[in-house]
Design a protein around this ligand. Structure first.
Ligand code: HEC
Length: 467
């Protein structure tokens, strides 16, 4: 699933439409109920059908992205838009590809608690999509329509302020290159030290804003960027920024658990690393990307920091110097990090709890897992496993638990991250990335911020009592 590099439904749309023509219509094209058979419109409609069964599910689970002008390649706002896709919808749901969600329970990883905003469908919902496709995706009778839930509300409640990028950028394909990483510096304008408890990324132009990493630039070094933009800034913040959040299409605002706040000192800047994906249809502007922020001047019970574990810098490599040979299809890099009490972060005297976790690799990565080992008992707690890594859907996974029930972390505990890479032509994400720079064979991949470099790091959001 490569949201970045797909130009749209391609052949799929035609195929789907053809399938629907032969299987879901009743042949007379008058739009009456194909399954009823008796033609008397008495409502004994074939089930499941759109109005009675499928529309509520699609509204809730798909319309965060599949709307007119949304990030997904087709809209599912009514029967006519949705029915041609029914068979592919069922396939995608069965394969766990839609809705996109990558933090899974696996044989190697049973996370200690559920994640917030878990997008996965239940088995019954997947079966519903399959059954609907199998009976020919009937419409049913609008008179019998089930009540519709409201589509997902992606807006942060009661923002304190909203800030927007300083000057527009224009995105246009350059040869084969469709992907661009530009950094935007925003001035949140807080006159005193504040604590963020809500962060919402607002994509200015959803056609091209693909995904975004959000950093605090405490030194305000990014204030010197002309127009507030640093073009082609790679995978990081372009300054020494602290990652605090990430956004993917359809993502809900980040809201730490009650009592946890992210420090935003007066005078700081916020930096957005925006992955733009050109439409291929000529220069496309973005002048509206920004943030809605909610903050409080009251010091929260838990101050939150995001810490980067693993490479580069912090961890010890268990697998030797980072290097992925050209063509290696099952290459593993593993890092270990002993939690220290330095910087007064994790001494025994304070309670530190992990409330969010995010894996990060680039395009060669295929599987990543992070876990923590208790220094006293040796007990291992898996933090997150993203076994079908997709660079385009990296997000911060938040635990669905009160702050004081997050994963406890103490000096002396050991954190490990394991990253698996496929640097062969069997990895479609790599094939695309190579093609964009005119290559058709793999190259050795090393640590770095560029698209054809790799990383292996896990950021955790830790609430520290009294910080
Ligand atoms: C978070 C955003 C998001 C949500 C939620 C979402 N989709 Fe998608 N969907 C996408 C994007 C983006 C693509 C394009 C993927 C690509 O480029 O290959 C897509 C593509 C698809 C496709 C086409 C795949 C293909 O091979 O062409 C189907 C079918 C689909 N989605 C079904 C669903 C269904 C069914 C739901 C709800 C149960 C859903 N999606 C929810 C973002 C989303």
């Amino acid at each position: 699933m490569l949201a970045c590099t797909s130009g749209g439904p391609d052949g799929a749309e035609t195929d789907a439409a053809e399938t629907a023509d032969t299987s879901s219509g009743d042949g007379d094209g008058d739009g009456d109920n194909p399954g009823d058979g008796d033609g008397d419109g008495d409502g004994d409609a074939l089930r499941p059908n759109w109005h009675q069964d499928v529309a509520p599910l699609v509204t809730e689970a798909c319309q965060g992205c599949h709307t007119d002008g949304g990030i997904a390649p087709f809209a599912m706002q009514d029967y006519a838009q949705t029915a041609p896709w029914s068979a592919i919808m069922a396939d995608q749901a069965e394969q766990g590809l839609m809705p996109p969600w990558h933090a899974l329970e696996t044989a190697q990883c049973q996370p200690p608690m559920p994640y917030k905003h878990d997008a996965r469908l239940t088995d019954a919902q997947i079966q519903l999509l399959r059954d609907w496709a199998d009976v020919g995706s009937p419409e049913g009778d609008p008179a019998d329509a089930a009540p519709l839930p409201s589509p997902p509300n992606l807006d942060l409640a009661n923002p304190t302020t909203t800030v927007t990028m300083g000057s527009p950028v224009s995105i246009d394909a350059q040869g084969n290159t469709l992907d661009f990483f530009h950094c935007l510096s925003l001035d949140p304008g807080n006159p005193e030290d504040v604590y963020l408890d809500g962060i919402q990324l607002i994509p200015g132009n959803r056609e091209i804003v693909h995904h975004v990493l959000i950093y605090v630039d405490e030194a305000a070094a990014s204030a010197s960027w002309p127009g507030g933009v640093l073009q082609n800034c790679g995978g990081g913040s372009g300054v020494s920024g602290q990652l605090i959040s990430a956004w993917v299409p359809g993502g809900l605002p980040m809201e730490p658990p009650a009592g946890v706040g992210i420090s935003l000192p007066a005078g700081s800047r916020l930096v957005l690393n925006v992955h733009y994906h050109a439409t291929g249809g000529g220069p496309t502007p973005d002048d509206g990307t920004g943030l809605a922020l909610r903050w409080s001047t009251d010091k929260p019970e838990y101050g939150s920091i995001f810490t980067l574990l693993g490479a580069p810098g912090a961890g010890t490599s268990l697998t030797g110097p980072f290097s992925i040979p050209a063509g290696a299809s099952d290459h593993v890099e593993e890092y270990e990090w002993v939690v220290s009490s330095n910087g007064n972060a994790f001494p025994d005297s304070v309670e530190a709890r992990i409330w969010a976790v995010a894996n990060h690799m680039h395009l060669v990565g295929v599987d990543m897992r992070a876990w923590i080992e208790d220094r006293d008992t040796g007990e291992q707690t898996c933090l997150v496993h993203t076994p079908n890594w997709d660079f385009n859907w990296q997000r911060i996974y938040e635990y669905d638990a009160p702050a004081n029930q997050g994963v406890r972390v103490k000096a002396g505990d050991i954190v490990r991250v394991r990253c698996a890479y496929d640097n062969s032509m069997n990895n479609p994400a790599l094939v695309n990335a190579l093609a964009e720079v005119g290559l058709d064979t793999p190259i050795e991949v090393n640590l770095g911020e560029g698209t054809l470099d790799e990383m292996c790091l896990t950021a955790v959001g830790v609430g520290i009592k009294g910080l």
